[in-house]
Ligand binder design. Sequence first.
Ligand SMILES: [Mg+2]
Length: 358
Amino acid sequence: MKIDTYKLHRVHLVLPRPIGDSQVRFTDHWLTVLELATNSGLTGLGFELQQGSPTPTLEHLTVQFECSEWPVLRGENRFSAALRMDRPRGGNVGVGAFSLAVETALWDLMAKSLDLPLYKLLGGTDPKVRAYGSTLDFQLDDDEFRLRLEEFQQMGFRAIKIKVGHPDPDWDLRRLNLVHEVFGKDVDLMVDANEAWSPKETIMRTHLYRDSGFEIFWIEDPITRHDYAGYKILTAEIPFTRINTGEYVDFTGKRHLLENGAADVLNLSGSIGATRAAACLAGDFGIPVSIGNTILELGVHLAASLPECLYLEFSDLPWNRLAKQPVRFEDGWAIAPDRPGHGIELDRDALTEFSQPS
Ligand SMILES: [Mg+2]
């Protein structure tokens, strides 16, 4: 089977409300959509996201792709390129690494050529994965935040993650209280500080939350990403809340976290290959993982294939408008599509509507 043509699309999605955390604020998503087609009639579909600033024009994206990735992809039986490992030494490091869009499209093609849903190709047997609603709410006022919570509650979620890390601890407590008002206390409540604090501030805040009646399922990225010594202190000193980290570090950083006893839950997302390698490493340390937001929720296939994935994140973002049949979320579960490949087909009308070549 031969990959013989490709198509790129530059997509601009204006978010219905700003998203963000204690450090950043975004109002737009820029997606690069890649279709790789074979001479046997299969198409693999992959995506890349840029938040905030626009991607280069379609013309520039095309030149870049033609120069770097297309020469490696075109031709006979190139699917296995997604599985290759680079020699991790000297000038070889990172050379020839595929973009997420290419890697995703190749996995989609591999699964389609075997007529298997992607999660089954990855060894999964159950398409259902526990999911949590993630409000990305730091930029929202209390009324808007409550509305978001109510929407997730109506969708059937029984686990929710909110942003904390406001300079005023009372702000955090007010937001936590709103979660209890909407969901009651029978909810897995996670918080994400996005590196807002020092280790000492983290200990003070987690005690404050607890003393104020909030049981926190996990606290995510409370301190700076490479402070392994700090994370080790937090996992030891805070026995009543899991420390979730790893989102901001590469494979080596994840290994350092695990070796230092610096994470209770390892946060993964992005590349299928790198995520599975990191999950395997986490398993060796007896540490469960979680899967963060992935474009068009494709992480559901990863989550369904990992034996120790606690939760998959869902933020209900407009990228799902590009899908004919988006990944389903029901009663707090994500359900991996049982169609061949990753199961996401482009809605051509939506693609036309949101395409912005220049
Ligand atoms: Mg996070």
